[in-house]
Every structure is written in C-alpha cells, then in structure tokens.
Design a protein around this ligand. Sequence first.
Ligand code: GLV
Length: 327
Amino acid sequence: MQSKVLVSKHIYREAVDFLETRFELDYHDSDESLAPAALEARLAGKQGLVCQLTDKITPELMDAAPALKVVSNVAVGFDNIDIPAATARGLIVTNTPGVLTDTTADLAFALILGAGRRLGEAERYLRAGKYKQWRIDLLTGWDIWGATLGIIGLGRIGQAVARRGRGFNMRLLYNDPVRQSPEVEAELGIAYVSKRELLAQADFVTLHCALTLQTRHLIAAADLQAMKPTAVLVNTSRGPVVDEAALGEALASGVIAAAGLDVFEEEPKVHPRLLECENALILPHIASASVATRARMCTIAAENMAAGLQGGRPPHIVNPAALDRSR
Ligand code: GLV
C-alpha cells in the first residue's frame, strides 16, 4: 500500500510530480497556509508531511497524527518545528541545506550594499519626484570596499558571505559558539573575536545563526549600543534573533546608521517603528528566492520524504536520533 503524504502549501511542480509517482498525495495547492485546525484534520492518516516555515509543527499536532513518520520542511531553518518533541516521538524531520547557501549569501550581501549605500531610500526619493538637482551630499552612505565585516554565525551561509566580503577587500571578523579550524580561518582570511569586540569594530554586522533559545534577542538594546554609530546591521537569519523594538529605537535615534532586514519577529508583520525608519531596508523574507534555488529546495524536500518513508536515511535529516525510535 502506498504511503499517504500531505503537502501543506503550494510547491514547485517538479516536486509534486516526483511525490505523485511514489505516494498517495493530498496537495493543498494554495499560497495560503492551512489554519492549525485544518492542518490537523488534513494530516489524519498521513505518514508524511511536506511543510513550510509558515506551518507550526507542535507536539499537539504530532500527537494528533499518530501515523505520521516524516516531516519534510522546505527550508534550511526548522525553528517552526519542535525538534525535541519530534525526536521523542520517533518522528523524522528533514530540511534543505546547501542548495540555498549562495543564493542567501548573495541577498545578505545585497543588503550590506543596499543598506550601506541607502538604495531603498534613494529609490523612494527618486520615485517621489524629489530629485531636482545633483548635490554633493545627496544620500551619502558608507563605503563597503575595505570596511570591516563582522559575521555572527560562521556556518555554511556565514562562510559564503565571508567569501563575498573578501571580494570587496573587507577585513573579516566572526563570532560563533563553535570556532572554526585554523585552516578554515586562514582560507577565509577571517579572525575569531568575542561578540563584544565584533560589535565594537565592525562597520557591517551580518547575522547567520539559527534561531534557538540561546540566539533569541542575541542583538538587543545593549548590543546595538555597543556598535559604531556609523555601523549597519544585516539580518537574513530569523527575525527573533534581533529585538525589533530596540532596533527601531536605535535606527530612529542614530545609535546605528542603518539596517538591512529580510526577516522579522512576527512575520509577515513588521514592527511599526521599523516601517517608519527611512534607514531600514526591509524585504519580505526572500533570501533564498531565486527561481532555481526555490525549485531545487522543493525537489530536495520531496527526495527527503521518499528516503524517509521508503526505509532509507534521508539525505538531510535534522534529528538522526529519531531513526532509533522511528514510529
Ligand atoms: C528560509 O528562511 C529557510 O530557512 O530556508
């Protein structure tokens, strides 16, 4: 008998085709997420769930779906899923790392350039018909070439941003609970420093850590105060890593110069203070959004599902301990 798989939201066609040839598919082909009660109802009797970061996979949902064996998240981040609860229940969770590393690093760098050189503000100025005459100090920003880049979280994406920084002749610093080997540090030309030192020295601070209990509000009011008044903060990780209310205050009062943000604490809402700040360049969570990468993420999620439900080890399992307890 074929396993039953629910796809919670619209995904790319090639992944649907792949899943349809292997499973009995219940495809919610919509851009709207299912409400929690509807998700629970549709999950009844399903062995697999292909979900997205807008779906909250709670212990209650897991208990309401006892047939469920594999949750395949179409994202590298998996803070929308209660991993300890999944592992305790022998529920395999997978994600889609690797494929989006360079696409995400490109966007982080675009925010470094865009916030540093005030591109959002400049475009709004032009479109509003305010460009009447060239001026020597019109919309002046901060140089990227030769500046100091502080990377918090030197995993795959942080390292890819470091490589881009080298291309811009930047001095590279990083902080991470895990220190990289001397070989990796030498290859990237990057120096390990404390978080405080990084905040004090960097002209651009870019965040590339996962959201965990330890990283929630990793950048709070005191951290913003520790940065240079000319510094730019970039966040393409997860919104709650930054205290958004504190950031809004810091941008409005000139504690730091600018911010480039792709993620927010309560997406899709953006803190009203940030919306008022001309010096906040804000985007709707599009860091991995190139056509090729988003399509490939869907296919990888489908491949993870196939391996998980067909008795193999999924290529990208987040909680290998679940294999020993698998349902
Ligand atoms: C996007 O934010 C992802 O985690 O893939």
